[in-house]
Write a protein that binds this ligand. Structure first.
Ligand SMILES: NC(=O)c1ccc[n+]([C@@H]2O[C@H](COP(=O)([O-])OP(=O)(O)OC[C@H]3O[C@@H](n4cnc5c(N)ncnc54)[C@H](OP(=O)(O)O)[C@@H]3O)[C@@H](O)[C@H]2O)c1
Length: 250
């Protein structure tokens, strides 16, 4: 018996928050790898549908599914849609997330509650649903952030949500080993997406780019390549790990 994923059938993935940014790059990359993809979006319907058309034009398989991962029914709806379209799910990429920065003294309850609901609640429900419904030999890939290890002022709540995701990643890996489902997290450094760029000046963006030893800001495809590895057969022995993909900045 192989320890790895089944090669008998097309592998399938759910990528949360795939209408833009890192999630869209992951959906494109997994489709190129031959994986059928559920492209989840919250508000970006047009972008998600365009991405599905592009994947199909390249010979891949994808569907776009609206779901708010902060809604307890949202993740279940993604699995329902994926199972109906593709027969079962092998890979769950818990990518969707938001970032609101402010000093702790200036953070209101709404900002705290929203980040907890999406970044922690959404990923918890994803992991729970994945633990129950992924096919044996599957993959769960969570999203943390390299800011977890930086303790930078302004990132208190965001970093706390990601630290909690890292803790659950280690624990779920131990809980699912018997089904050969691996659970890992990617912790990107600065990646040039709306989440990173919004609210920063050109000068701030340039300064951050210069701090990165590899000499530029990260791009969504840099992270999609890491996810492709974690989603594929060659990563089977990587389990319960946090992969800090940040150009060497931390
Ligand atoms: N960019 C960075 O520098 C960086 C660094 C470290 C970690 N990360 C992490 O990487 C992940 C992706 O970030 P990104 O930079 O690609 O962000 P982004 O460009 O802002 O994209 C975020 C995606 O998440 C979706 N989303 C937000 N709230 C959602 C919800 N409640 N339900 C479902 N989908 C939701 C958005 O969907 P709609 O647009 O359809 O609403 C969008 O597709 C996040 O977990 C983030 O914390 C990013």
């Amino acid at each position: 018996m192989t320890n790895q994923q089944s090669t008998q059938q097309t592998r399938t993935a759910i990528v949360t928050g795939a209408s833009k940014g890192i999630g869209a790059a992951i959906a494109r990359r997994l489709a190129r790898d031959g994986v059928a993809v559920v492209v989840n979006y919250a508000r970006g319907r047009a972008e998600a549908e365009e991405l599905v058309r592009a994947i199909e034009a390249g010979g891949g398989k994808a569907i776009a599914v609206q779901a708010d991962i902060a809604d307890p029914a949202g993740i279940a709806a993604l699995f329902d849609a994926g199972e109906k379209a593709f027969g079962g799910i092998d890979i769950l990429v818990n990518n969707a997330g938001i970032m609101k920065t402010s000093p702790i003294a200036a953070t209101d309850d709404a900002s705290f509650d929203t980040q907890i609901a999406i970044n922690l609640g959404g990923v918890f429900r994803g992991m729970r649903e994945g633990a129950r419904r992924l096919r044996d030999g599957g993959r769960i890939i969570n999203f943390s952030s390299s800011v977890v290890g930086l303790y930078q002022p302004g990132y208190g709540v965001y970093a706390a949500t990601k630290a909690a995701v890292e803790a659950m990643t280690h624990i779920l890996a131990k809980e699912l080993g018997a089904r050969r489902v691996t659970v890992n997290a990617v912790a990107p450094g600065p990646i040039e997406t709306a989440l990173f760029l919004d609210g920063k000046s050109e000068a701030q963006i340039e300064a951050i780019g210069k701090m990165i030893p590899l000499g530029r800001l990260g791009q969504p495809d840099d992270i999609a390549g890491v996810v492709s590895f974690l989603a594929g057969p060659d990563s089977f022995w990587v389990n319960g790990q946090i992969i800090r993909a940040n150009g060497g900045v931390i």
